[in-house]
Ligand binder design. Structure first.
Ligand SMILES: Nc1ncnc2c1ncn2[C@@H]1O[C@H](COP(=O)(O)OP(=O)(O)OP(=O)(O)O)[C@@H](O)[C@H]1O
Ligand SMILES: [Mg+2]
Length: 287
């Protein structure tokens, strides 16, 4: 947290769910490229992050005004904190996919539309082109899910590109969404918060409600646990949606059951003892 705080240079006043009127869209935002920035200007003093071509591209095209630093490097993506004219943004870049793959990737992909035989082939071969295509698919899918859920009022970060497919396609392997957090740092994951027993219960309830809201919106997360929920102003914010599936996917019910089980398992460290069957029952009953 300390290192992250040090990189948050400006006081931000942001509300995760305040709908903004503006989005980056090709139609409305025909900003001229501003010339190529030197790569060492991307993240001053951080050589290892300096050469992120996706970030350079976003700066050039005006999606980003500045990049503040890295928020978190995860299994499938690196998330940066960026400044945009819409406010602070989390910039999720799918890259280095050679060393990353979803659990049950084939299973998820089976339910997903790819629609291009060359991409299908590249994906199957796991070539460099295939991994890039994979990153673009994940980003596009995450955008589609974010848009659907945000519009349905489910607590997710507001997507800042789209909803037009052509705008999303242009953003490539990058998901630009509203930063959840403030000047002192990003919202913690539920897994990282220390709760009193009462607060733990409340956070669990909020997480079950969010799972039900996803289900009502026709979506199963597919990787639902305290690691993919942020805790912000007493609310659970759902993140990390590239593997989410439609509720009419043939394995949706099984995935919902697995999500409920992961949620319960990860809440046990907060002293909450709940049965996954009850969670599934509540989610289905609530909708
Ligand atoms: N909108 C956001 N606002 C603030 N922080 C965010 C936001 N989106 C993501 N993060 C941070 O970045 C981390 C990684 O994001 P995410 O879970 O989407 O990617 P991931 O590649 O699956 O990472 P991991 O493998 O760690 O789960 C999150 O745990 C969270 O700490
Ligand atoms: Mg995650």
């Amino acid at each position: 947290m300390g290192a992250q705080e040090a990189r948050l240079k400006r006081p931000y006043d942001t509300d995760a769910h305040e709908p903004s009127q503006e989005r980056f869209s090709r139609r409305r935002d025909r900003r001229k490229p501003r010339g190529r920035l030197r790569s060492d200007e991307l993240v001053p003093g951080r050589d290892d992050e300096a050469a992120v071509p996706e970030i350079a591209w976003m700066l050039e095209r005006g999606y980003l005004d500045a990049i503040e630093g890295e928020l978190k490097s995860g299994k499938e993506a690196t998330v940066y904190l960026g400044r945009t004219r819409l406010g602070p943004a989390a910039v999720k870049v799918y890259r280095d996919l050679a060393v990353r793959s979803f659990k049950n990737d084939g299973r998820y992909r089976a339910g997903r539309y790819v629609g291009d035989a060359r991409i299908e082939k590249a994906l199957a071969q796991r070539s460099a082109a295939g991994r890039r295509a994979q990153g673009r698919l994940w980003a596009a899918h995450e955008y589609a899910m974010l848009w659907r859920l945000f519009r349905a009022g489910v607590p997710v970060p507001e997507p800042l590109v789209g909803p037009d497919a052509s705008d999303i396609g242009e953003a490539g392997e990058v998901v630009l969404m509203r930063y959840v957090g403030d000047a002192s740092g990003p919202a913690p994951r539920l897994a990282d918060v220390r709760f009193t027993p009462d607060e733990g219960r409340r956070a669990f309830e909020a997480s079950v409600h969010a799972l039900a809201a996803l289900w009502r919106a026709g979506v199963v997360h597919g990787d639902y646990s305290t690691y993919n929920l942020l805790w912000w102003r007493g609310e659970a914010v759902v993140i990390d949606l590239p593997q989410a599936v439609e509720a009419d996917h043939r394995e949706a019910r099984a995935l919902l059951e697995r999500d409920a089980a992961s949620l319960c398992a990860t809440f046990r460290t907060h002293g909450v003892d709940a049965a996954p069957e009850d969670v599934v029952w509540r989610v289905v009953a609530e909708s």
